[in-house]
Design a protein around this ligand. Structure first.
Ligand SMILES: [Zn+2]
Length: 230
């Protein structure tokens, strides 16, 4: 039986090799999503070990949070841009799950005592166009390591905000102000929420979403993103 299964696996692999999400080369059996060479090239920040890290400093004074970290540095044309692009636009949700697990390990190391993981929501229309919220898959990876629940229904995004990429900080803030609403406060009150997004740029989206969640009594926020842009 086992031999038959291995034979089927082998034949499947021959015709449909699993490819590395970073470099597109076939993965060997022990590799998962990203090959060992690409994984060695991921620019990890180790911010989870530093309280006064760049992610925390960028958000200081804008929303009250307990901890903040980003797993990697994001640079244009870099490996992370490629991976996150695949995650967002090419339907490679397993890349989000995989990187989410790495983020989960970093957070577990620091024992942040999180109760609930919430992805920064996309507007329903945008989610329909893309097919899914990429941050949800990052959350599912984190949850797999921390063994705590993901809540992707209690916070909604109200407006269909325009693309943020060519806006400065003030324009971005205006664009997302009042964009979020907590539709199920019972589920999040008195909880330490880990708010998760893919890339931290100016932080306007995270700031607004965090402040919206913090209006619910007893909530505490920590923040984690896959990458921080310079
Ligand atoms: Zn690779």
């Amino acid at each position: 039986m086992q031999l038959a299964r291995r034979l089927i696996d082998g034949v499947t692999y021959l015709f449909f090799p699993r490819l590395c999400a970073g470099c597109n080369r076939p993965l060997v059996r022990s590799e998962e999503v990203i090959c060992i060479r690409c994984e060695s090239l991921i620019p990890f920040t180790n911010y989870h070990q530093i309280d006064r890290n760049e992610t925390a400093m960028r958000l200081w004074g804008r929303c009250a949070f307990s901890h903040a970290t980003s797993l990697t540095y994001f640079s244009k044309e870099g490996l992370l841009q490629h991976l996150i692009h695949n995650l967002k636009y090419a339907g490679k949700s397993e890349t989000g799950f995989y990187l989410g697990k790495l983020l989960g390990h970093a957070i577990k190391e620091q024992n942040w005592k999180i109760d609930l993981i919430i992805p920064v929501p996309l507007h329903r229309k945008k989610e329909q166009i893309r097919g899914y919220n990429q941050s949800l898959h990052i959350c599912l990876g984190i949850a797999d390591i921390l063994q705590i629940p993901v809540d992707n229904t209690s916070v909604h995004r109200k407006r269909f905000t325009e693309s943020q990429t060519d806006k400065n900080r003030e324009e971005r803030l205006k664009n997302v102000r009042d964009a979020f609403t907590v539709v199920n406060p019972e589920k999040i009150k008195y909880k330490h929420v880990l708010l998760v997004d893919d890339v931290l740029t100016t932080g306007a989206t995270i700031e607004t979403c965090a402040n919206c969640i913090l209006k619910t009594p007893g909530t505490q926020i920590s923040i984690a993103t896959l990458a921080i842009a310079g």
